[in-house]
Write a protein that binds this ligand. Structure first.
Ligand code: SF4
Ligand code: SF4
Length: 207
C-alpha cells in the first residue's frame, strides 16, 4: 500500500465522502446527487461499465472506498458531456469521473493494465518531452506497446487511418526525426514539475 494511501485512510477513516470532497476535482458536488439515474441512462457507454456514474456516487456516499477507487469505470468516460447537460442538479459528473480516476492513480489504487490509463500515461510522457504531442511517436508507442510482432499487425490493420491523417496534415512522417517543440522546453518542464510539487504538498497537507 502506498504511503499516501495509508495516510489518507488514517486521515478520513470511515468518511470516504469527506475524502472525495477534499481531494477529488469537483468532489464537493457528490452530495448534491439525488440518485435519479438520468446520468447513467444518458451515458452512451455506462451500461458496459461495472459502475455507471449514479452508482459511483451512491457508492462514495456508502463509503465503498476500495470498490470505487479500484474501479475501471471512471477510466472509460469519454467526456461526451451527455450526463452533465441532462443532470437536473447540474452536477459536474464528467469532471468528477476524471477526478476520481486521477486521485485513484495517485494513491496507486487504479486498476493495473487498464488500456485507457495506459494510453493517458503514454500521451503525458510524449507531451512532456517537448511540450507538444508528437502524433507519430504516440501512435507508434501505442501500436508497439505489446511487442514488435503485435506492433506490425496493429500498424498494418490501421494503415488507412495513418495515411488519412498524413493526407489531412494531422501527422507527418518527419516527426520520427524529433517533431515540433516548444521554444523553452526546459522552462515548461520546470513549470509542470513545480505545479506537481505544489499539488503533492496540498494533498499531503489536506488543504
Ligand atoms: S443525473 Fe445528476 S442527480 Fe441524477 S443520478 Fe446523475 S448525478 Fe445524480
Ligand atoms: S461524460 Fe462520461 S460519464 Fe458522462 S455520459 Fe459521457 S461517457 Fe458517460
Amino acid at each position: 500500500m502506498s504511503d499516501m494511501n495509508s495516510a489518507m485512510i488514517d486521515k478520513y477513516r470511515n468518511d470516504f465522502l469527506k475524502e472525495v470532497e477534499a481531494n477529488v476535482e469537483e468532489g464537493e458536488w457528490v452530495k448534491m446527487c439525488m440518485q435519479c439515474g438520468v446520468c447513467s441512462g444518458s451515458c452512451p457507454l455506462g451500461k458496459h461499465w461495472s459502475h455507471p456514474p449514479q452508482e459511483i456516487f451512491m457508492m462514495i456516499r456508502a463509503g465503498q472506498r476500495d470498490e470505487v477507487l479500484g474501479s475501471d469505470s471512471m477510466w472509460m468516460c469519454t467526456s461526451c458531456y451527455n450526463c452533465i447537460v441532462r443532470c437536473p442538479r447540474e452536477v459536474p459528473i464528467t469532471h468528477i469521473m476524471h477526478g476520481l480516476a486521477h486521485y485513484a492513480k495517485r494513491l496507486g489504487l487504479s486498476p493495473k493494465g487498464q488500456p485507457t490509463q495506459q494510453f493517458s500515461q503514454m500521451f503525458w510522457d510524449n507531451m512532456m518531452k517537448k511540450g507538444r504531442v508528437n502524433e507519430l511517436k504516440l501512435g507508434l508507442s501505442l501500436y508497439f506497446k505489446d511487442g514488435f510482432g503485435q506492433g506490425v499487425k496493429n500498424a498494418l490493420a490501421n494503415q488507412k487511418l495513418g495515411q488519412n491523417m498524413m493526407k489531412a496534415k494531422r501527422m507527418s512522417p518527419m516527426e520520427i526525426l524529433g517533431g515540433h517543440s516548444l521554444k523553452d522546453v526546459g522552462g515548461f518542464q520546470k513549470m509542470i514539475q513545480k505545479a506537481q510539487e505544489l499539488e503533492e504538498a496540498r494533498l499531503k497537507n489536506g488543504k
